[in-house]
Design a binder for this molecule. Structure first.
Ligand SMILES: Cc1ncc(COP(=O)(O)O)c(C=O)c1O
Length: 422
């Protein structure tokens, strides 16, 4: 399958115009021009509050509804009202955990993982203090995978929630959700999924995942800085939330108290349209007949095309990285590596501190990130220092094989210089 890389790169003004290699996408991706236009268009022609009885206000209401429909299609939600807009993913973990906390009883258990971003750990820990529940850790393996047998060992009939990421923002490991859903649902508990890192790399399908809640950030999937929550409608409607007394006790309104960024929502809608267009341009991407229908079909095809291209990129990245002297990959390296991970490479270079690797790559025009990547517990579990962490190169579908070559050549020079100067 031919991936329309030139078309893709041409859509992103910063990618098309700059000569720097941007490998810091897991901290926030670039946006297509259509997203810029949608945000600017909202601010220049529709910058009014919702709920008014005049045309512009009605059009903002309609725009938010259309964006909700787009995100619902992107997630394969059952109903449009299951999509809730807000500031970011972390805020939604907090909001749902606080609501669930009102339903949990002292002694009930919540499972979090050592693989997760702290955003999907800290709010559950706060609940432990607030309402006497117990938080249990699902330990991570040495290659940054989660082993389902270890989960089985910690589940009990008091387990009410498993909070887990679909993919690690630090190591790129992808987590198989269906076996987790089966186990927690057998205990009549809930599966809470953080899809922030996975979202730009492959199709999200909340029905297929079997989850009950899912959070995501728009700015990782080529949209503006905003976040959204998905939850099964009856669950969202039944959760006790804070709201003004006259706000309906129904999703999405009960979770959207106050004003959120309508310009960001307009941009998010355009980001989804970008994926849809990519799907239309990837007609030879094979899909199961049930997945290939209508708008959802185009979105799925777009994300599937991204996944397909990124697997090739990941394989190339890992092959080249393995040849850099003194480079240790923290994460999955096995024969099926590209199927089990995103193109997010967590690594250390022998004898060079992670911050120095980042600095020296920056001097060569290559942007990466060093540190604990908001996963200090994972760093410790992998035998790394929490303070220094590791280096992370995170790629998306507008990155290229040539950029990977430039990156690994630069690393080879850094490794050689370090050896000479020792
Ligand atoms: C896996 C993962 N979860 C959660 C978050 C937090 O997202 P937000 O900034 O939208 O709160 C991030 C941010 O980098 C992330 O990578």
């Amino acid at each position: 399958m031919e991936f329309p890389l030139d078309y893709v790169r041409g859509c992103f003004p910063t990618v098309a115009s700059s000569d720097f290699v941007f490998f810091d996408n897991a901290a926030g991706a670039q946006v297509p021009q259509t997203v810029v236009d949608a945000v600017a268009g909202h601010l220049t022609s529709h910058n009014v509050q919702r709920g008014g009885r005049y045309r512009l206000s009605e059009e903002v209401d309609e725009g938010v509804w259309q964006a909700r429909k787009s995100v619902a299609a992107f997630l394969n939600a059952y109903e449009t009202e299951e999509v809730v807009f807000g500031l970011n993913a972390t805020g939604f973990v907090r909001l749902v955990s606080l609501a669930l906390g009102k339903l949990l009883k002292p002694g009930d258990e919540v499972v979090v993982t050592e693989l997760d971003h702290e955003a999907n750990i800290a709010p559950w820990l706060a609940l432990q203090e607030a309402c006497g529940i117990e938080v249990k850790y699902w330990p991570v393996e040495a290659d940054a995978r989660l082993d389902i047998e270890k989960l089985e060992a910690i589940l009990t009939d008091r387990t009410r929630v498993v909070a887990v990421t679909k993919a690690s923002n630090a190591t790129g490991s992808i987590v198989e959700l269906i076996p987790i859903a089966e186990r927690i649902h057998a205990l009549k508990g809930y599966l809470f999924v953080d899809s922030v890192h996975f979202a730009p790399h492959g199709p999200i399908d909340v029905r297929f995942f079997g989850c009950d809640f899912l959070v995501c950030s728009g700015y990782k999937i080529f949209g503006p800085h905003m976040g959204f929550l998905w939850g099964r409608r009856e669950l969202l409607d039944s959760l006790p939330t804070f709201r003004e007394y006259f706000v309906a006790d129904k999703a999405p309104d009960k979770f959207e108290v106050g004003t959120f960024s309508y310009e960001a929502v307009a941009g998010m809608n355009a980001a989804i349209s970008y994926v849809e267009e990519l799907g239309r341009r990837s007609k030879d991407m094979p899909l199961a007949p049930a997945d290939a229908v209508g708008r959802r079909g185009d979105l799925r095809r777009g994300m599937q095309a991204i996944r397909h291209y990124e697997r090739t990129l990941t394989a190339h990245l890992l092959t080249k990285a393995a040849k850099v002297p003194g480079l240790t990959v923290h994460g999955i390296e096995g024969p099926n590596y590209d199927a089990l991970r995103t193109p997010t490479l967590c690594f250390s270079l022998h004898g060079v501190a992670p911050a120095d690797v980042s600095r020296q790559l920056a001097q060569r025009g290559i942007s990466v990130r060093d540190g604990h990547q908001y996963c200090p517990r994972l760093m410790r579990a992998l035998g790394l220092s929490e303070e220094e962490g590791a280096v992370r190169a995170s790629l998306v579908h507008y990155n290229t094989v040539e950029e990977v070559n430039a990156f690994t050549e630069a690393l080879e020079k850094i490794a050689t210089t370090a050896k000479v100067s020792k």
